[in-house]
Design a binder for this molecule. Structure first.
Ligand SMILES: Cc1cc2nc3c(=O)[nH]c(=O)nc-3n(C[C@H](O)[C@H](O)[C@H](O)COP(=O)(O)OP(=O)(O)OC[C@H]3O[C@@H](n4cnc5c(N)ncnc54)[C@H](O)[C@@H]3O)c2cc1C
Length: 427
């Protein structure tokens, strides 16, 4: 049987108290059945409940068991693909809709935290750090691009300024986004689940959807029960497996790893990141890090294509951390864990509808903390009959990975190796 406990992460060890929810053992009826209690499912459920829908969530493991309870906690706005690339592919009108939404996810998180009083160590400020002059040039053009869509809060940092926000000698400059920031991701998910329940939503844990019976009133089957609904939202992302074969064909689960140091103490933590911003570098295979509420450094990076769990996570990630911060050579690593995100070939999310009443959003390929919160809003709008923003995502073209399910992993790894080499050589 699959392991349905939280991984031994810093987040699980510092989670706010939460109830243990029962498995579904009945036949129930609802307006919307959501499959998966990560941010996509929880955000969809919250927006729907706020508009009077009856919502039931079935979760295979526990709330926040997937990427939403394991991620780096970085509130990074926009998508994993630049808007000008999107514009070239879909044209100016659709690009404008997507560009206008690019910073909305961060706002939704802040609204949720304030409205439902969620304790998740929310901090403002995220930095994109450039390792080369070429990357700095890219940040400059990205700033101009985002400003075209009305996002004017970004500040370029020269070499002197970036040293003031992060004590890493490698960076030549960067860009600060005060609408970025960071959170304790599992506590955000747990807080959102409590908000769902406060509005009358029902969450069943340990209740994997094993079959979807499609039709005018579709039914989600779990091992011991079923949910009949008017609509279904599929929000299982990289943990969904083959429940919906149409979705599995154009996406690939990938693993990524995170470590958390022992508490560094106020003084050392302040020296590393004086303003407590989170940082991600501009490499294709990027490193990202931030401080926790109790002043540990959370450091993530690297990708395992095909989502195998690597044997020794610390051996993979610690050298990356020491490259950025040699001053941490004597610091102990208290936690190391892995999690899966879902990659698409275009690195843009897959959003759509199967038949009339089965909706899905998945595969944002990395920057998912903000996107998934936006996705919940956009899916809820579509269920309420306002599909303009939903269609802007649903009309994005998606292609199967070359080589099909068998060869997609080596092909994607080869592609990443190539881009990793470009990062190393600085071109
Ligand atoms: C280690 C790691 C670090 C990351 N760091 C960042 C970061 O710092 N910033 C950022 O923006 N993004 C980051 N991401 C990406 C981000 O976390 C994800 O994009 C986002 O959390 C996805 O949310 P989700 O709700 O779509 O999926 P998930 O959070 O994976 O949730 C899916 C849920 O569905 C459940 N499920 C699956 N199948 C079924 C089924 N058949 N029946 C019932 N339930 C099912 C799963 O158990 C799971 O709980 C990171 C990802 C990982 C793995």
């Amino acid at each position: 049987m699959a392991n349905t406990s939280y991984p031994a992460s810093y987040y699980a060890a510092s989670a706010n108290p939460a109830p243990s929810r029962p498995a579904l053992q009945d036949d129930v009826e609802t307006d919307v059945c959501v499959i998966g209690a990560g941010y996509t499912g929880l955000s969809s459920a919250l927006f729907l409940l706020e508009h009077g829908f009856k919502v039931t969530i079935v979760e295979a493991a526990k709330v926040g068991f997937g990427a939403s309870g394991r991620n780096g906690g970085q509130i990074v706005n926009s998508y994993s693909r630049d808007i000008d690339v999107i514009e070239r592919s879909v044209g100016p009108q659709q690009a404008r809709l997507l560009g206008n939404m690019a910073f909305e996810g961060g706002r939704i998180i802040r609204e949720r935290v304030a409205k439902y009083q969620i304790q998740c160590d929310l901090k403002d400020g995220g930095v994109f750090a450039a390792l080369t002059a070429k990357q700095m040039g890219h940040l400059e053009s990205q700033k101009r691009l985002w400003e075209r869509f009305g996002h004017t809060q970004l500040e370029l940092l020269d070499q002197r300024r970036i040293r003031e926000v992060v004590a890493c000698e490698e960076y030549v400059g960067g860009m600060l986004d005060m609408s970025g920031g960071h959170i304790h991701p599992l506590n955000l998910a747990l807080g959102e689940a409590a908000a769902v329940e406060s509005l009358g939503g029902v969450i069943y844990e340990q209740s994997p959807a094993v079959r979807i019976e499609r039709g005018a009133s579709p039914v989600v089957h779990t091992p011991q029960g079923k949910v009949r609904a008017k609509f279904i939202i599929v929000a299982g992302n990289a943990y969904l497996g083959n429940l919906v074969p149409e979705l599995a064909a154009k996406s690939m689960p990938c693993g990524t790893q995170v470590i958390a140091t022992e508490p560094l103490g106020e003084e050392l933590a302040h020296r590393l990141l004086p303003q407590d911003y989170c940082v991600e570098d501009c490499n294709y295979l990027l490193d990202y890090y931030r401080l926790t509420g109790d002043k540990r450094l959370i450091f993530g990076g690297g990708v395992v294509y095909g989502a195998r769990d690597p044997a020794n996570i610390e051996a993979i990630i610690r050298p990356k951390m020491l490259k950025a911060f040699p001053q941490l050579k004597d610091v102990k690593i208290d936690y190391a864990w892995t999690g899966n995100f879902l990659l698409t070939l275009s690195r843009l999310p897959q959003v759509g509808r199967l038949g009339d009443n089965v909706y899905y959003s998945q595969g944002c390929s990395g920057h998912g903390v903000t996107y998934t919160h936006l996705a919940g809003k956009v899916l809820a709008e579509a269920l309420r009959g306002q599909a303009e923003r939903f269609d802007a995502f649903a009309d994005l073209p998606h292609y199967p990975f070359p080589g099909g399910q068998l060869l997609r992993t080596p092909f994607a790894a080869m592609g990443a190796w190539y881009y990793g080499l470009r990062d190393k050589l600085g071109f």
